[in-house]
Design a protein around this ligand. Sequence first.
Ligand code: IYR
Length: 222
Amino acid sequence: MARPKLTPLSGYREYPPDEMRRRAGRFLDEMLRRRSVREFSDRAVPEEVLRDCLEAAASAPSGANRQPWHFVVVRDPEVKRRIREAAEREERDFYHGRAPNDWLEALEPLGTDEHKPFLETAPFLIAVFAQVYGFDGDGEKIKHYYVNESVGIAVGFLLAALQEAGLATLTHTPAPMRFLSELLGRPRNERPFLLIPVGYPAADARVPEIDKKSLAEVTTFV
Ligand code: IYR
């Protein structure tokens, strides 16, 4: 085995405990303010903000550092329109046939239905693709590891970065999502993972009254 090249850990910063508490608390406040938004304004969003957030997402750790993701940023109104049309077609089937009753009941508190106007209203749609396998510099197929975990972590970074920047997001999963591969011309090694509308919330945006489990419910300290 070749020895890996190691370099000093130069980016790490330690904070005094008070400063750590302040920072963790601030991040918590910010994340607690995040809501999935389904009513967007069509106001333009500075594209460089989106680029920084995508770069933050792409810095995520991944299995064997294979970075098995690709992000397509859709700005073109015509492409957004086609995505909305295809998504609404699938969702109509879902809400009026394909979805089992328990699933529809589980979705009731969210008030979702087959209408997805936000796919046209939001200034940006980020289509996230997971690369099931990749290609090395010579174009040879290479394996990717922990693909779902890796892309999930990258999406977590992306949602947190966009929230920190003051932008609203939705994690949208029209099912099935294969139409995205065709509409966006993605290669065979990529599978659609998630569609994320990004923008400002509509001035009168409303969200469902739902709550999160308490820390006690979701953690165990041993
Ligand atoms: N894809 C559908 C249904 C849906 C499914 C889940 I799980 C949600 O948390 C929300 C919606 C839709 O987007 O409406």
